[in-house]
Design a protein around this ligand. Structure first.
Ligand SMILES: C[S@@+](CC[C@H](N)C(=O)[O-])C[C@H]1O[C@@H](n2cnc3c(N)ncnc32)[C@H](O)[C@@H]1O
Length: 430
């Protein structure tokens, strides 16, 4: 039963294993409050195949839940909306930026991308772990056959259909308004917190049972407790005016991720999203007390996710990494004044000096300060972060030192595409 009865074959199919490469990935920046830690959440810029080869050594069988929302084989080029305060009825006027391509030579090229990654994710999952693979009609049938092979056919927990609605230009077929989420568990022992995802019975069911307890053929459900959701879910797509909207294309709704995370993980569990885009999985995981690792190969995705996490009420501790394939882009020259009064230091931000085209602060969304730079890894201790619909950034950041001494203060500002600039001050607290 466990063996799949069909095997997907394509010309370039390869069984080459991904080698385990040393330790974790080259650190570029730490944004947290202290020394790097294995326990801390990680946001990694890079191709996930390269990232996996680094993660495997430490994280094999460590992930309790993996959710991925990879390219769907749509053949489209996706753009992010990066401007603000534009007329929402005139999309042709928006400031946009190309982010990622879902274009492939052919279906085989796409399967060459997906197949090795699914195999590695199977290794990364804990024995009790669950994988959610989010696709649509373009590739879900092929992925189902691959997952049957990698996980075993009897490890399919659910095929979830996420339904939504919205405008569509299609006039020659029914509107395509659902995605398919394939859910596989690593073994027959897995987390499924049914009581955390119950939903209210419909008003008509409640009314029926109020009028007759025999309505359920003698079985009266626990109406107060709510019901177990079906395997088809309705959640609206993230639309332009939704508060959670980041402008990143193909952003998934937090409500969808909430159901997945609550059902298939527990507080303290480790969640992976290796195609994390705007960081929906990561921010919902964070809100529910889960640990997480997220990656994406596009700087704008990582910066969107980072900004989104920094905008949370309780800012998480995050380590930022990037693979060596990505050069560090120090483009900006920030200008700021420093004032010292007693043991307090205040940075007064002024703007960007020369060089780049966009004047400060329009493209800069994040300003961070390391009040005690160790000369190696930038540790973000204070942040000014622009909200998704805000025009202003806080231009003053202060810190009170506990001890006298000499400190090196580094101010870093970053734009939405990960370009940044730093400014250093020597501070003497007497
Ligand atoms: C459908 S989007 C994910 C959207 C995300 N779930 C959200 O809510 O914002 C797919 C993401 O996969 C990323 N991606 C594509 N190929 C990748 C690869 N080989 N490694 C890492 N990320 C990749 C793209 O840059 C894109 O951000």
């Amino acid at each position: 039963m466990n063996k799949s009865f069909a095997r997907l074959q394509w010309d370039s199919r390869s069984e080459q294993a991904v080698s385990k490469a040393g330790h974790l990935i080259k650190t570029s920046i730490l944004s947290g409050f202290g020394k790097p830690s294995k326990e801390r959440n990680k946001l990694i810029l890079g191709d996930n195949l390269e990232i996996f080869s680094n993660l495997l050594a430490e994280y094999e069988t460590k992930f309790d839940l993996i959710y991925i929302d990879p390219p769907f084989l749509t053949g489209k080029q996706y753009r992010a909306r990066i401007g603000r305060n534009e007329d929402s009825r005139r999309p042709e006027k928006w400031a946009v930026k190309r982010v990622y391509q879902d274009t492939w030579r052919d279906g085989a090229d796409y399967l060459d991308m997906l197949y090795p990654r699914l195999k590695i994710m199977h290794h990364l999952l804990a024995p009790t772990g669950t994988l959610y693979l989010h696709l649509d009609w373009h590739a879900s049938a092929y992925a189902r056959v691959l997952l049957d092979e990698v996980f075993g056919r009897d490890r399919l927990l659910n095929e979830i259909i996420w339904v939504y609605h919205g405008p569509s230009p299609i006039r020659s077929a029914f509107n395509r308004k659902h995605d398919t989420i394939l859910v596989y568990t690593k073994s027959s022992e897995y987390t499924f917190n049914v009581d955390d995802v119950r939903i209210p019975y419909s008003p008509s069911t409640l009314k029926t049972f109020a009028s007759s307890t025999k309505a359920g053929f003698g079985k009266v459900p626990n109406l107060e407790q709510g019901k177990v959701p079906e395997d088809w879910w309705y959640f609206p797509v993230v639309a332009r005016l939704h508060n959670e909207r980041t402008g990143y294309p193909t952003q998934k709704p937090e409500a969808l991720m909430e159901r997945i995370i609550l059902a298939s993980s527990n507080p303290g569990d480790l969640i992976g999203d290796f195609f994390c885009g705007s960081g929906t999985t990561l921010s919902v995981a964070q809100r529910h007390g889960r640990k997480w690792i997220g990656c994406d190969s596009v700087p704008l995705a990582i910066m969107t996710a980072y900004r989104r996490l920094l905008l949370m009420d309780k800012r998480p501790e995050i380590e930022l990494y990037q693979t060596s394939a990505y050069p560090t882009n120090n483009t900006f020259h920030p200008e700021a004044d420093l004032q010292i009064v007693g043991k307090s230091a205040t940075i007064l931000l002024k703007g960007i000096r020369g060089g780049t085209i966009i004047p400060f602060p329009e493209c800069i969304n994040i300003i961070e300060v390391d009040w005690n730079f160790d000369g190696q890894i930038f540790s973000s201790q204070d942040q000014s972060v622009r909200g998704w619909r805000d025009d202003d950034l806080k231009m003053t950041l202060s810190h009170t030192y506990e001890k006298t001494g000499a400190y090196q203060v580094v101010v870093r500002c970053s734009d939405q595409e990960g370009s940044s600039g730093t400014l250093e001050f020597d501070v003497l607290i007497e």
